[in-house]
Design a protein around this ligand. Structure first.
Ligand SMILES: [Zn+2]
Length: 433
């Protein structure tokens, strides 16, 4: 599918919640004017941690103080173990309840997630000053927060305005840029998955969201990293999600690996690896699966045989039951497997449709995807981890994750296609020899 590149303002017009986006160098002093534009007559309060206060918060606070806008003292998280956990939302929520100021998150993933949700819980909008190009969640609706030990997505709107000062972004730790670059690279495999779902009539492509994400994607993934394009690409992913009210435009099988490892409470050297680090490893894995799949003559499949080999609903549920030991993960797998179950007749029709389209679809996928060695080279150059062991995932566990990731989400991806065609195991044999 040929993507048409949209201007930022066209993309913004498609976003349901975010009204302004500013990206540029030396633009921190513009935050008060942006604030006044989206929240006239309101007071402001910055939300930051000690690092982001140093990186940008101090300058933003000073800009507010000389702007005529009522600004409270900043709310600074001092906990060195700050992460997106519900008790920190509660701390911020309690502080917000004492007044009606609009919070301005100054930070990256954690600060933004905490602020988005606390603002929503106190019935007010939020703004964001991004301090690193580390993930695509700035402009996404919903907040990913750990609640009672497990990561959950809470409904809440995206910030009404986002500002990214490229001087601040460039000064952020280099590894954070690598994470964001990997999260943007994930849109390549996510796009391929959407092409598959569209071709098989499972989930049609939303043209506007496709253009927002895919239009400038390959240009944004050049090496060396172009910070302006990277930041823009990450923000666009959120706008496409706002337009479709779904994460489909920005997330495919590669994100399912990351969600799986989150649900398994995976840590490496005492810490949960960053979202982008996990997604980057998974993007390489999914790219390799595509590479193997694209070599297969799927137009020669026997649709009757594939349908006959497709397990029935009870078998799938039993496999989900047996596969996961942990109660929470088991419950998710049972729910998702039940939701996405296809009958033998449906699988047969999908295989017939695939056979007819495969030569053409294969070329579309080749045009969409980046070859595995090139993905690795670029992720490495951007500073992202490229070996699963770097995030504490063994090769054996990575192989298991291909199958487990299939079970934990109803979204149709390359995993579902390979499963239906009965070729997943042979592809994995090829990948892991
Ligand atoms: Zn992501």
């Amino acid at each position: 599918m040929i993507a048409q590149r949209l201007t930022l303002s066209q993309a913004l017009a498609a976003a349901r919640e975010t009204r302004r986006l500013e990206i540029g160098s030396g633009i921190l002093p513009q935050v008060p004017a942006l604030f006044r534009d989206v929240c006239p007559q309101r007071g402001a309060m910055l939300v930051a941690d000690e690092n982001t206060m140093r990186a940008a918060g101090g300058a933003v606070q000073r800009a507010f103080e000389s702007s005529g806008i009522t600004v409270r003292g900043p709310f600074v998280f001092h906990d060195p173990d700050l992460y997106a956990e519900y008790r920190f939302v509660e701390q911020l929520e309690a502080a917000l309840k004492a007044h009606d100021a609009v919070p301005v998150a100054v930070g990256s993933g954690t600060i933004n997630d905490l602020t988005k949700l606390a603002a929503h819980l106190t019935q007010r909008p939020s703004l964001c000053v991004a301090t690193a190009a580390s993930m695509d969640g700035y402009t996404a609706f919903g907040s990913s927060i750990t609640f009672q030990g497990s990561k959950q997505t809470f409904d809440c709107p995206a910030p009404v305005a986002v500002l990214a000062d490229l001087d601040v972004i460039r000064a952020a730790p280099a590894e954070m840029t690598g994470w964001g670059y990997a999260d943007l690279f994930a849109k390549v495999t996510a796009g391929a998955d959407w092409l598959l779902a569209d071709a098989l009539g499972v989930e049609p492509i939303h043209a506007q969201a496709w253009n927002i994400v895919q239009g400038g994607l390959h240009e944004a993934l050049t090496i060396p990293v172009a910070h302006d394009r990277l930041v823009e690409g990450l923000m666009l992913g959120g706008f496409a999600m706002q337009a479709t009210k779904s994460s489909r435009p920005a997330s495919g099988a590669e994100h399912q690996f990351s969600h799986l490892w989150d649900m398994q409470h995976h840590t490496h050297e005492g810490q949960a690896p960053s979202h982008g680090a996990k997604v980057g490893i998974a993007t390489q894995a999914v790219t390799a699966l595509y590479e193997s799949l694209l070599k297969k003559p799927l137009h020669e499949l026997d649709a009757d045989a594939a349908a006959a080999a497709w397990p029935d609903r009870e078998t799938w549920l039993r496999r989900a039951e047996e596969r996961f030991a942990e109660a929470e993960l088991k419950a998710v797998a049972l729910r998702e497997i039940a939701a996405k179950h296809a009958s033998r007749e449906e699988v047969k029709m999908q295989i017939i449709s695939l056979k007819r389209q495969w030569p053409e679809l294969r070329e579309k996928l080749r045009a969409q995807l980046v070859p595995p060695a090139e993905v690795k080279r670029r992720l490495q150059a951007a500073g992202a981890p490229v070996e699963p062991e770097q995030i504490g995932i063994s090769k054996a566990r990575l192989r298991q994750s291909f199958v487990s990731a299939f079970f934990i989400r109803r979204r149709f991806t390359v995993l579902d296609l390979a499963m239906r065609c009965g070729v997943l195991e042979s592809c994995l044999d090829e990948l892991f020899t």
